[in-house]
Design a protein around this ligand. Sequence first.
Ligand code: IMP
Length: 436
Amino acid sequence: MILPNLAIIGAQWGDEGKGKITDYLDETADLVVRFQGGNNAGHTITVGERVFKLHSLPSGVVRKGNLAVIGNGVVMNVDDLLEEMEQVLSAGGSLEGLRISDRAHLIFNYHKKLDGAEEKYRGSDAVGTTKKGIGPAYQDKIARIGVRAGDLLDDELLKEKVDFILPYKKDLMSMLDAEVCGCECGMLLDKMRKWREKIGGYICDTSVLINEALDNGKKVLFEGAQGAMLDIDHGTYPYVTSSATCGGGICTGAGIAPKRIEKVVGCLKAYTTRVGEGPFVTELHGKEADALQKKGGEFGVTTGRGRRCGWLDLVVAEHASRMCGFTSFAITKLDVLNDYDELPVCVAYKIDGKETKYFPASISKLERAEPVYKTMKGWKGWNDTASVVKGGYGALPKEMRTYIEFIENHMNVPADIISIGPDRADTIDRKKNWWV
Ligand code: IMP
């Protein structure tokens, strides 16, 4: 039986425009599930006049009638989540469909302080994290000392955990010369009891919910955060985030079996960006980089940091596709590339004189890698996006279609969605029925 489910995963280093694509596809979904990451993610969703900036909430929460699930693989900063919930409510949205996994781990202030201190300790080897406490929260999960959302419902267990964890964290913070966290056991417990009042009603076993939805033929959309190249195993380690961002992360982070995943949409920006440190073979520098950054509005939703920019890298996209099993691409921000005379696309790396199409694990090899480019012809832009969208794929400039088809042929993955502007409406959908 074909299950009507769909996953969306970033094919680069995040910020590929997944929020918009998820929002476009979840129009017809019954359930939207976040399965990893935390409030290090940032989605800007434009619905008519309203702009939502979401970090922890699944994009689907914006749409009434959807169930929006924060899965067990997510780490959650409850104070930030509450602010986002307020934002949605004050914009006239609804939280009726929100569900939070009882197995999702919580981020505390001490995680944030430790994130900053660890980065400082690394000095020139700093990862360039979002300083949201993501890494330290996942460290606690793996070390088996994390606090989970479900623990909020058990006062005795909470007290036991806080009494054990807080002195330990304080020792660690003083060892690392971290900023003072200012939390005491009693204060933290009071805070968590307030969290329970506000979010306790949303907490449940979301794995059961998702599996039952799949059994009943509901349309389930799995929404990835960050991108494949930031995966803890398959990304540019150690310049990665601390979660499993690739296809396998859906199973562990949502609590479903591998055989239940049907289709995976790779969200591929028409050029490349990354935030923070780490190798980036097709990176541009100087005026060219600044121009692309400005044209693409490449500034982080979460940190406001300027994103590093460069040309499209198909060595990266192929690596991501191997790890995620893309069945479609959604190519985004093609309009940002309007009016270039030429567009280089990287098809291989040259490392120590040898050409390869495989993305190496070694950071030092990546630092020595030179991009091998195929140069494509650029295209002129248009004045009226609505009429281009109305005209469909054939109405796109010929050179843009050649660029898209080059990617499709090279990757052997169809570009089923073409995004040529930030609004939900600025989208050409070549597949239409996503759920069969
Ligand atoms: P962390 O996730 O805050 O630990 O940061 C680790 C790395 O992942 C840093 O390079 C961040 O800039 C990057 N990162 C984390 N979340 C995102 C995201 O949503 N988009 C792009 N980069 C991200």
